[in-house]
Design a protein around this ligand. Structure first.
Ligand SMILES: *Cc1c(COP(=O)(O)O)cnc(C)c1O
Length: 222
């Protein structure tokens, strides 16, 4: 049995205080999440809306939930009232739907733009050029109920450290390029979400501000 509380505390000791942990609780029972929460930790990530909704109601209301998996348009409305951040915005259409649902309840929703940085075909996300084009479009400028707070990406699943590092470096480069152009002067644009249990050390060296960690805290998933 992993000691969830000590895992989270020792991980926090290892990383710079400026780096935040999103504790990835997908597939874990509510009791495990509570154990992490009871150390004082507040930020949790789930990748499926259905699972998130069923857990959220059994857990304290001050948890900051991040959606980190691909989000289907028809599920957006269920999370808009409470979600702290949608990290996995991977299309303009999705951003428009989030905006529309946010408007209905008068809420500005914090979002990250997910970049496709891995060599794998299957991972969702924008290319750099798609993001630049979107941000400069008139359609994007009309969206008032979303706030873009930074970027997110997943590196290739590989033992090749050099490749992982290059992908993280590329994502951080995209972040700073945007920060210095489209988002200059916008202090909300501040997060680089990269790094998971297997590669968070490299991600932090390359400038990550948010690491998304599951297995190190809760043990391996089945
Ligand atoms: C599952 C998941 C993680 C965490 O993975 P671990 O290897 O268990 O730390 C991080 N990010 C995303 C998008 C995930 O789906």
């Amino acid at each position: 049995m992993p000691d969830i509380a000590s895992n989270i505390i020792s991980l926090k000791r290892q990383i710079p205080p400026s780096v935040k942990i999103v504790t990835v609780s997908k597939t874990r029972p509510v009791s495990d999440i509570l154990e992490a929460y009871n150390t004082g930790h507040k930020i949790f990530g789930e990748n499926r809306v259905q699972e998130l909704l069923s857990k959220k109601d059994q857990l304290p209301g001050d948890i900051e939930w991040h959606l980190i998996g691909h989000l289907q348009s028809n599920k957006v409305k269920y999370i808009i009232p409470f979600i702290s951040m949608i990290e996995s915005v991977d299309s303009f259409r999705l951003l428009e739907i989030i905006n529309a649902e946010g408007m209905k309840i008068n809420r500005v929703v914090d979002c990250l733009l997910q970049f496709h940085i891995a060599r794998e075909e299957t991972k969702y996300g924008f290319s750099r050029n798609e993001v630049i084009e979107m941000i400069q479009s008139e359609d994007y400028k009309r969206l008032k109920s979303i706030k873009i707070c930074g970027v997110m990406g997943m590196a290739t699943f590989t033992d090749n450290e050099k490749q992982v590092r290059e992908e993280f470096r590329y994502l951080a480069g995209c972040f700073f390029e945007l920060k210095n152009s489209c988002f200059s002067g916008d202090t909300s644009f501040r997060e680089i979400s990269m790094g998971m249990s297997g590669d968070y050390k490299i991600a932090i060296e390359e400038g990550s501000t948010l690491i998304r960690i599951g297995s190190i805290i809760f043990g391996e998933r089945n």
